[in-house]
Design a protein around this ligand. Structure first.
Ligand SMILES: [Fe+2]
Ligand SMILES: [Fe+2]
Length: 140
């Protein structure tokens, strides 16, 4: 992904930015048919839900450590997205193969929207916290 695209989605936390880029490229690969979806949509969705779960867990862990004030709302949004994916997987398992590409495009849009609003808000919270700390006198 190009640098200007990286900076558009950067939230200022390098490890999280790296995961976002990875997740978006994985979703794009599947949409572009470079992944498994044409041949095995169920495997593609299961792969995506696993890496997205890991990412959400990592992000939430940092939020807990940093006492993020909006954590409850943020976790609720993550959980709602996971439920969407679980529902899609359940439909695929029940034999419905018509949902894959449209759903993946929706997931990609959801993800981009979430990164550039809620995740970025967390990045701003951390930045603010760090600048406040820098203004405090040293404890001695
Ligand atoms: Fe995220
Ligand atoms: Fe998030």
């Amino acid at each position: 992904m190009a640098d200007n695209c990286n900076s558009k989605i950067s939230i200022g936390i390098p490890s999280i930015d790296k995961e976002h880029l990875f997740l978006l490229s994985q979703i794009s690969d599947v949409i572009n048919g470079e992944g498994l979806v044409r041949f095995d949509p169920l495997s593609a969705f299961k792969h995506l839900i696993a890496i997205i779960r890991d990412h959400f867990a990592h992000e939430e862990q940092i939020m807990i450590l940093q006492n993020y004030s909006e954590i409850a709302d943020h976790i609720q949004r993550h959980n709602a997205f996971i439920m969407e994916l679980e529902y899609a997987i359940a439909r695929l398992e029940a034999g419905d193969s018509m949902i894959s590409i449209d759903k993946l495009s929706f997931y990609k849009s959801w993800f981009l929207g979430h990164i550039t609003t809620q995740d970025r808000a967390f990045g701003q919270f951390l930045l603010h916290k760090q600048s406040e700390r820098a203004l405090l006198p040293n404890d001695e």
